[in-house]
Design a protein around this ligand. Structure first.
Ligand code: AMP
Ligand code: GLY
Length: 428
């Protein structure tokens, strides 16, 4: 089969890398891909928001199946348009993708389905949001309702920070239309966990767990990013927690979406806070997490094409997915300035010295090939991912690989996986 992957980040490089291991895959096409996918796939240059241009590519290159990485095309209805054209594609419809693209809708459906989540109020007028925030005494969280590339969430300790957040989202319209509605919600305390599941109608298949590191700085300080690193599996996701997540969160949500006329089909990502009162939803996403996907897919032993075909139009209940027992750690290297304005065009060196190391993969994100050079072209540049016999070894091997790769201004957190390592050492 010929497979097309939509997107150009580390997650899409990891998806394409898994596809190279499938004996049934003939050719892989990435739109737009990056310098990392160039080596294993054909990168096609097209506007991802132009669905008819993508449909033309499917016909031109005899593509049998399309896999969509990021949320923006899913929320824009790429799956609906492909289905109308009679094409096979993996991902939820636009109606179902609202679970990520419209946080006000997600809150409404969670409330109706009694899914545990932070108490929240939705505002459409800046004055109302400000009045509400001014009356808050404790910490709270202000979120743009629409898509903001992971940057539209402000954890506020006092009303001054809250007013700034409201002003930025609704006053300055820093995230455009995504800020038409604002959500102000209860601040939840605990450890975060990313849970991924395949969903097809009422069937749910839980995937390996992962933990992200959203803040820019070591010790989870500073502004949120798209994700600075991840590890899989997450030791805090014990079997009893996972049973609760499936029974009390995923099943009622999926039922409610079915009843609402927006059945879900695709990868569902639940961002959770493990609070003393049990797991609560921070957000749902309609896709794989990035960088979590890099750590999770590194451990996938089954044929990823079987999974994608079952998700596109088959039956996920017959899947039997095998994972490598070894944990994986992904350390994201970013450009200077990220998550604010960042530098581009820095030459990346040392990638070839990592190529031959077993159980290490550098998944590329914001990179471009210019002549014989690979240069940075985005905020998150590389996801250096390694497996080890235990989480400590996986971390050590990932950082050893990071040390071999260089570009001017490269930044990375040094504490990726530390929480898991502490959890493992306190158990022993
Ligand atoms: P979201 O995009 O909604 O997952 O938010 C991004 C990040 O903001 C989360 O991963 C958390 O670190 C933080 N966050 C979001 N909502 C809350 C909340 N209600 N309480 C505490 N932290 C939150
Ligand atoms: N790593 C967080 C996300 O993909 O949304």
């Amino acid at each position: 089969m010929n497979v097309m992957v939509i997107g150009g980040g580390g997650r899409e490089h990891a998806i394409a890398w898994c596809l190279t291991k499938s004996p049934r895959v003939r050719e892989i096409f990435c739109v737009p891909g990056n310098a990392g996918t160039l080596g294993i796939a054909t990168n096609l240059d097209a506007d991802v928001s132009d669905h008819s241009a993508l449909i033309d590519l499917v016909e031109k290159h005899n593509i049998d199946l399309t896999v969509v990485g990021p949320e923006v095309p899913l929320c824009a209805g790429i799956v609906d348009d492909f289905h109308k054209a009679g094409l096979r594609i993996v991902g939820p419809s636009a109606a179902a993708a609202r679970i990520e693209g419209d946080k006000a809708y997600a809150k409404k459906i969670m409330k109706a389905a009694h899914v545990p989540t932070a108490e929240a109020r939705v505002f459409e007028r800046i004055e109302d949001a400000k009045l509400y925030v001014e009356a808050r005494e404790h910490g709270f969280v202000v979120k743009a309702s629409g898509l903001a590339a992971g940057k539209g969430v402000f954890v506020c300790q006092d009303c001054e920070q809250g007013l700034l957040a409201v002003e930025q989202i609704m006053g300055d319209r820093a995230f455009g239309k995504a800020g038409d509605k604002i959500i102000v919600e209860e601040l939840l305390k605990g450890q975060e966990l990313s849970v991924f599941a395949l969903v097809e109608g009422r069937n749910i298949y839980m995937l390996a767990t992962a933990q992200d590191h959203k803040a820019i700085g070591d010790g989870d300080v500073g502004p949120n990013t798209g994700g600075m690193g991840a590890y899989s599996p997450a030791p805090i996701a014990t079997p009893s927690i996972m049973t609760i997540v499936e029974r009390d969160i995923l099943v009622p949500l999926i039922d409610a979406m079915n009843n609402d006329g927006s059945p879900y089909r695709g990868i569902l990502y639940a961002g959770l806070m493990l609070t003393p009162g049990g797991p609560k939803v921070l957000e749902f996403n309609c896709r794989f997490g990035d960088p979590e996907a890099q750590a999770v897919l590194m451990r996938l032993e089954s044929d990823v094409l079987d999974i994608f075909e079952a998700l596109a139009d088959g039956d996920i209940s017959t899947l039997d997915i095998r994972w490598n027992e070894k944990p994986a750690v992904c350390v994201v290297m970013t450009a200077k300035g990220y998550p604010g304005d960042y530098e581009k065009g820095q030459t990346i060196e040392g990638l070839e010295s990592v190529d031959a190391i077993e159980d290490v993969q550098v998944f590329q994100a914001g990179t471009r090939q210019i002549e014989q050079f690979i240069v940075s072209s985005g905020g998150r540049v590389l996801g250096v991912t390694a497996m080890g016999h235990d989480i400590g070894e996986a971390k050590r091997r990932a950082y050893e690989a990071v040390e071999k790769v260089h570009f001017n201004g490269a930044y990375y957190r040094r504490d990726i996986a530390d929480k898991a390592i502490q959890a493992a050492s306190s158990k022993n």
